[in-house]
Design a protein around this ligand. Sequence first.
Ligand code: ATP
Ligand code: MG
Length: 580
Amino acid sequence: MEKPIEPPATKKKNGVILDFIRTIIEEDIRRGKHGGRVHTRFPPEPNGYLHIGHAKSICLNFGIADQYNGFCNLRFDDTNPSKEEVEYVESIKEDVHWLGFDWEKREYYASDYFDNLYAYAVDLIKKGKAYVCDLNAEQIRDYRGTLTEPGKESPYRNRTIEENLNLFERMKTGEFPDGSRTLRAKIDMCSGNLNMRDPVIYRILHVPHHRTGDKWCIYPMYDFTHCLSDSIEGITHSICTLEFEDHRPLYDWYLDQLKVFHPQQIEFARLNLSYTIMSKRKLLNLVKEGVVSDWDDPRMPTIQGLRRRGYTPESIRDFCSRIGLAKRESIVDIALLDHCLREDLNKRAPRVMAVLKPLKIVITNYPENNVEWLEAENNPEDETMGSRKIPFSRVLYIEHEDFREDPPKKYFRLAPGREVRLKHAYYITCDEVVKDPETGRILELRCSYDPATKGGWSKDGRKVKGTLHWVSAEHALPAEIRLYDQLFSRENLDDLEEGKTHLDFLNPNSLDVLEDCRVENSLAEAKPESRFQFLRQGYFCLDKDSTTGRLIFNRTVILRDTWAKIEQKMLNKASQKNGT
Ligand code: ATP
Ligand code: MG
């Protein structure tokens, strides 16, 4: 087996990171390989929804095509008829577009090549490089040997070309039952690479296909299909994940035997994210078992889940460029993804006020039935986003957490006798706490405001330590707010102790639904998928199931940025090392 190649140190060119794949491509262009042409493809198998790992591959393939004035095809790798569905094809197309990439007219299906692939297989038989084998799956496995033991040759290996052509034709016409025969490549049963021990090229499967219907009852295997699809499409650089490294000799073998256009396969390490699983099989299982509501549950690492949660395509693309490319598997801290998202939303998301757990306050010295429309900036990061008017009145809601009857040290929010600022409004002082005489529960606070502090600033220079968000009771809109956290409580779900599965590490607190929230009335006009910063609470996104009568928001991410802290620590360490 070939040793993995170490990537050269990451260099920068014109501010763009020159990773090991781009280095190869630039060298190919310089040498005029393929006439300097660059053509990539993104080849999903339509057996599930795309996830953030796929986003890495999409950004890479489409990004490279874009950067080097080339093309990127969208190719559905649909050779497995039993697991594929049209629903997945549609969702994949939607997701690639949503991420900001376009394959134009270059939408292909491996199944479109079934006739070509059959012809290539016949060609291999004619060259004496493939044979029909009557061993069943279990026998093939037994004959295959192991990493330490050579395999045994199939007793059917030396059939004549005529016999092979005849049997293969009859496999195609449906004469034989599933699993009774296969077409295999004749390579080397003693190869150190198990993939080269006479791999199966075609198997019999009497199952209709979502595109070819009942036309075929034999289906080509992935390795055979993939290299030849790449070749047919004139792909120059076939970029895939590391697990295909051991398949590269086979990729090359098929193309060499058939003497067809030969793309170069290049492998990179797949994206793994902390607290996250990415296998489509496991994700499907979460949906089937009802652990999550669907593929687009906002806790899912699927593109549709991230989108519903409020992630932006820009932040996902930024994340994919920041993680770079490597030849070695590692786990990326999910805090980095959230950091990219906060950076993006900080610039773009309008600020609004929303009270998650409302506590009623009455401003006793404010005239009844009076309403003042106060100026509130939409984004302090971006003046061009302007301002809006928010209503202030006698009865307001503040956050329950923002009041303590018996405040601990360093609690600067509201308490009996204390003065705080209401954002964009006035200073208020808590004069009285009204409780339910039976339960002792706080029902409301009676406060007074200082009319001389309009806008939230005191002219006499009087300072307050706390600034609270609030909404006007009469104007605010009721809302349901869904607070999300990681679906799993364990950072690394890849190497679990024996007997454990990812399901043993489900976070019981991954969803908290607050049904009785109040949001400012400007949100009446919000469109599904629009994102906001709820002051002091985090970023939130209007859910697609939201209606005018019932607003539903998903918490995208809280404000505290753990990645920024990690980054600062790393910088400090580096500067200490350098003695700066
Ligand atoms: P899964 O293991 O989730 O089922 P897959 O590799 O079988 O994923 P495909 O639909 O075959 O899924 O993937 C399409 C493309 O996306 C492939 O080129 C694959 O290498 C790439 N890809 C899949 N998962 C990741 C990942 N985690 N990081 C980077 N690229 C990925
Ligand atoms: Mg795959």
